[in-house]
Design a binder for this molecule. Structure first.
Ligand code: SF4
Length: 334
């Protein structure tokens, strides 16, 4: 069963947590650091989806954070969510668990990771909706994600990662969308492999998420941990357990995206992607520049201006206006 937090007084990594936490993210930070988008718009850590949206258009992401309410959830997103849920329920049940603290909420993520690994060790071949987190490339930024599907082959002792994407049209996506998906799954692989290699440390997690690893689990969490035959009573012990199990696994051998037509639910195509760590690190460093206040958000370059045609912020976009002016000036000179 996959655990789901039922109710909570505290949201994971909420701004409250960041402000009040004694074990703050960076004790030496200056007042200016609080103005970094990483703290202004996020609780001191990022979701993988933040980076993939940034990969499409950073200016668009920035508008979505600063001009709220302009975009509503589109039906395609809702249908995509339903299909994900359907697939998830095909491999496990979802159990609601009462949480009483941020520590409990993160414990659920760890329990679900342990559950996925234990499934593989007990003959299972598929795990869905597997949480993942890490601090890739030794940067002092923490990233959280959710892997759609891991496929384990016990004979080969290999793991494949597959991301599910739903499509309105019965065709494969554009090169630009594929590149966004590739970034997403490369990041998942990087964080998963880092854990397998023992590169992620408990201290890093506790520091970035402002968690007290010694805090005892809430009652409901404790009883679910016992049902999974886990003796841990706090995150310190549970994380140790997770790391030990992860280090018995193998790195992800291949990554890919399954494209599914949302109306018929038929698979349009299974596209394997290449993992390119050099390119991932280059993109990652560039994107963190925005989140860590090194540079302002930038929009798309002229060759990607087609993205502006379907952008909800096109009418208010300053970047687009300035680029259009630049073009007019350039043309008037020639
Ligand atoms: Fe980005 Fe173009 Fe939208 Fe501006 S109009 S936010 S540059 S996609």
């Amino acid at each position: 069963s996959l655990l789901n937090s039922q109710s909570s007084n505290t949201k994971p990594g909420s701004l409250d947590c960041f402000i009040t936490c004694d074990n703050s993210y960076n004790p030496e930070e200056s007042v200016n650091d609080k103005n970094w988008p990483l703290y202004q718009f996020r609780p001191g850590y990022l979701w993988v989806s933040d980076l993939t949206r940034q990969h499409w258009c950073e200016q668009q992401l920035h508008y979505s954070l600063t001009v709220p309410g302009l975009v509503e959830e589109k039906p395609v997103m809702t249908q995509g969510t339903n299909l994900h849920l359907e697939r998830e329920l095909a491999v496990h049940d979802i159990v609601d668990v009462k949480v009483t603290s941020n520590e409990d909420i993160w414990t659920i993520k760890v329990l679900n990771m342990i559950n996925a690994i234990a499934g593989f060790m007990n003959g299972g071949s598929i795990a869905r909706e597997v949480p993942i987190f890490g601090a890739p490339f030794e940067k002092d930024v923490f990233i959280v994600g959710l892997i759609d599907e891991l496929r384990f082959d016990p004979k080969e002792f290999s793991i494949e990662l597959w991301e599910l994407k739903t499509r309105m049209r019965k065709s494969l996506p554009s090169k630009a969308q594929c590149s966004q998906h590739q970034l997403q799954i490369m990041l998942y692989k990087k964080m998963f492999d880092d854990m397998v290699k023992g590169l992620l440390k408990k201290d890093t997690i506790a520091k970035h998420l402002c968690l007290d690893f010694q805090k005892e689990f809430g009652e409901d969490i404790q009883s679910h941990a016992s049902r999974l035959f886990l003796s841990s009573t706090n995150l310190e012990e549970l994380m140790e357990d997770l790391f030990t199990r992860m280090q018995c696994l193998t790195c992800i051998q291949s990554i890919g995206v399954e494209y599914v037509h949302q109306d018929t639910k038929e698979t349009i195509g299974m596209k394997r992607e290449v993992y390119n760590e050099t390119e991932l690190q280059r993109l990652y460093n560039h994107y963190l520049g925005f989140w860590c206040g090194d540079r302002k958000a930038v929009g798309v370059e002229i060759e990607d201006a087609w993205k502006c045609q379907s952008c909800d912020y096109a009418d208010i976009c300053e970047w687009r206006r300035l680029k259009a002016e630049e073009c007019v000036q350039k043309n008037s000179k020639t």
